[in-house]
Design a protein around this ligand. Structure first.
Ligand code: DHB
Length: 388
C-alpha cells in the first residue's frame, strides 16, 4: 500500500515537471468598464461580449483557467486608476482590459507600464491611446480611421459645406481634426466648429445655429449612447426638412439605439467598423448568440470586447500559458483573425487595430433599422500614426 502511494506520487511529479514553470494557476483578467452612469451601454455591451466569448470558447487555455473580474469604473478616470491599482496589487491580475472611454485608458496606462502587464483597450478610440504604454494593445477602433474616410466620401458625393459638431473630449477632438484635415484638403468648407460638453449634452442651441448656416451636412461625433439625443434634437429643429444631412463616424447611428431613432434617419450615411447587419456567417452567428444570451443587439463596442478576449486567448495559446506583458504583447503583435466585423489584425509596429472601414446607409430591413454596408475600405491602419 505504501509502495502504491509512492508510485502515484512519482507519476504526479513527472506530469507536474513536464509543464512549463509559468503555466500553472489561474490567469486573471481585470476588466474596467462603465457598468453604471452615462456610458453604461458601453460597459453592458462589452461585458456581455466577454461573457459570450468565454461561454463559447471555454475557461481554459493552454492548461490555465481564465478568470475575468469586471469592475465598474463609471467611465471616471480616477475610479479606473484606483480600481486598476487594486486589481494589480490585491488580485494580482495578469491582464487589464476594458476602458470604455479614453480618459480611463489614459489614467491606467502608467500602471500597466509599471506592472508590465497588457492593457487591452476594447472601446476607447483616441489615436494616442496606444502611445501611452508599450503594453497597450487596441481591439476597438480610432476616430481617425472613420473620420478621414467619411470626409473623402462626402466630397465625392456632393457635400461641400459642413458644420462640425463634436463631443468635447479627446476622441471628439480627434474626429474634428482628422475630418477637417481631409475635408479642407479636398476643397470642402467647414463654417463652424462646435464642441459640446460630454456630460448632459444639449445640442439644440447649436443645431439652431447650424441650421441658420445652411450647410449640406452636419458632421457629428458623439460617444456611444448619445446618438439618440442628438438625432431627436436634430429632427425637432427641422434640420432634416431643411435638407441638411447627418454625416460622421458611425457612433451616432449606434446599433444599440438605431431602432428607437425612427424612420426619419433612413438614408443617413456614416463610416464605421461594425454593423450588426454585416453580412458574414460569423457575424450572423454572433448577433444571434448575443440576442439569445443577453437580449440585445450587439453594437460596435461589443466587438471590441469579443475580439479583446480572442486576443488574450490566442496570445496565451501562443505563449503556452506564459503570462507577463512582454511575452503576451509580443505574441499579440501581428496577430490576425476574423472578427464579426470582418478581418482584423494587430499592427506589429503600433499595437493598434487594422480593420475594414465600411460606408453604411441606414435602411429598414424586415421591420428594423440597420446600418447597411455599401462600400468597403479594406485593412485601414490608424491614420493618426501613419503620419509620424
Ligand atoms: C470613445 C468613447 C465612445 O463612446 C465612442 O463612441 C468613441 C470613443 C472614447 O472615449 O475614446
Amino acid at each position: 500500500m505504501l509502495r502504491y502511494t509512492a508510485m502515484i506520487g512519482l507519476a504526479a511529479a513527472i506530469v507536474f515537471a513536464a509543464l512549463p514553470a509559468q503555466a500553472q494557476g489561474t490567469v486573471k483578467v481585470g476588466a474596467l468598464l462603465p457598468m453604471t452612469g452615462p456610458q453604461q451601454s458601453t460597459g453592458v455591451q462589452i461585458a456581455a461580449a466577454i461573457r459570450l466569448y468565454a461561454a463559447q470558447h471555454g475557461d481554459t487555455v493552454a492548461g490555465r483557467k481564465i478568470q475575468v473580474i469586471v469592475k465598474d469604473d463609471g467611465a471616471v478616470a480616477e475610479a479606473s486608476r484606483r480600481l486598476a491599482q487594486e486589481l494589480i496589487v490585491n488580485e494580482k491580475v495578469d491582464v487589464l482590459a476594458g476602458f470604455g472611454v479614453t480618459p480611463t485608458a489614459f489614467a491606467v496606462s502608467p500602471l500597466a507600464t509599471e506592472a508590465k502587464i497588457p492593457q487591452i483597450v476594447m472601446a476607447a478610440g483616441t489615436s494616442s491611446v496606444t502611445e501611452r504604454s508599450p503594453y497597450v494593445v487596441r481591439t476597438s477602433f480610432t476616430l481617425a480611421q472613420s473620420s478621414v474616410i467619411m470626409a473623402e466620401w462626402a466630397l465625392k458625393n456632393g457635400i461641400r459645406k459642413v458644420v462640425s459638431m463634436v463631443s468635447d473630449f479627446a476622441p471628439g477632438i480627434d474626429s474634428e481634426n482628422f475630418f477637417k484635415e481631409a475635408f479642407l484638403k479636398g476643397g470642402g468648407e467647414i463654417s463652424q466648429f462646435i464642441r459640446i460638453p460630454l456630460t448632459n449634452p444639449d445640442f439644440a442651441p447649436f443645431l439652431q445655429r447650424a441650421r441658420d448656416a445652411r450647410p449640406d451636412a452636419v458632421f457629428i461625433f458623439v460617444p456611444s449612447g448619445q446618438g439618440g439625443i442628438f438625432v431627436r434634437q436634430f429632427l425637432e429643429r427641422g434640420l432634416d426638412k431643411a435638407g441638411i444631412k447627418i454625416i460622421g463616424p458611425g457612433d451616432v447611428t449606434d446599433d444599440d439605439l438605431l431602432n428607437a431613432m425612427g424612420d426619419s434617419v433612413i438614408g443617413t450615411v456614416t463610416a464605421h467598423m461594425y454593423s450588426a447587419y454585416h453580412p458574414s456567417p460569423l457575424n450572423k452567428d454572433y448577433v444571434a448568440a448575443m440576442r439569445k444570451a443577453n437580449n440585445l443587439r450587439p453594437n460596435f463596442m461589443s466587438v471590441g470586447g469579443y475580439d479583446g478576449m480572442h486576443l488574450v486567448y490566442a496570445a496565451l495559446a501562443k505563449t503556452q500559458g506564459k503570462t507577463g506583458g512582454d511575452a503576451l504583447v509580443a505574441a499579440m503583435k501581428g496577430m490576425a483573425w476574423e472578427s464579426p466585423r470582418g478581418p482584423i489584425a494587430i499592427d506589429p509596429d503600433t499595437r493598434d487595430i487594422v480593420q475594414n472601414v465600411y460606408m453604411r446607409r441606414v435602411e429598414k430591413v424586415e421591420g428594423e433599422l440597420y446600418n447597411v454596408e455599401f462600400e468597403t475600405f479594406p485593412a485601414v491602419k490608424d491614420p493618426g500614426k501613419a503620419k509620424r
